[in-house]
Design a protein around this ligand. Structure first.
Ligand code: S3P
Length: 167
């Protein structure tokens, strides 16, 4: 199996879908944010506060390369596409863009009280939407497959990905 890399903005469903997709494919799953939290030893929001976003991005880039060494379903963080190095690494990979409407994304981000994102703390809803629009072209450019997750159940999204991967 080739690795499947899920990209998309915060709230797109990367974590949920990666788990279900990996279960369906009997594949290893890597949730990059979870691994990074373990490595840095604190929540991402605290890490951003103490060490800055740039330092987090360095950890993220080395983990991406490492995760790709073994066939897996990889849930990336929403900002993974920002680094040119990562764009290069992802250019020939099976990248699936989980797309959603900007309003749906903001609503999901605000409703998620467990995973509090640093960029959601310091940005209001308008800022978050602008951040999404500023990244949208990059997600689209890197994607081999795009699935709109706005109004779909996880199982439907997983089925759609599996069909497109097989075709
Ligand atoms: C980020 C998204 C987060 C996490 C970090 C930065 C981003 O991951 O990596 O807070 O820049 O979009 P999720 O997309 O899983 O929320």
């Amino acid at each position: 199996m080739k690795s499947i890399v899920l990209i998309g903005f915060m709230g797109a469903g990367k974590t949920t879908i990666s788990k279900e997709l990996a279960a369906a494919l009997e594949a290893r799953v890597v949730d990059m944010d979870d691994v990074l939290v373990e490595r840095i030893g604190q929540p991402i929001s605290e890490y951003f506060e103490e060490h800055g976003e740039a330092s987090f991005r360095e950890h993220e880039t080395s983990l991406l390369k490492e995760a790709l060494n073994e066939a897996s379903v990889i849930a990336t963080g929403g900002g993974v596409i920002l680094q040119q190095e990562n764009q290069k690494v992802l250019s020939d990979k099976l990248v699936v863009y989980l797309k959603a409407d900007a309003n749906v994304l903001v609503q999901r981000i605000r409703e998620d009280k467990i995973n509090v994102r640093p960029l959601a703390i310091k940005n209001d809803d308008g800022d978050l939407k602008r951040l999404f629009f500023s990244r949208e072209k990059l997600y689209e450019k890197l994607a081999k497959i795009t699935v709109d997750t706005s109004k779909k159940l996880p199982q439907e999204i997983v089925n759609e990905i599996m069909q497109q991967v097989a075709s």
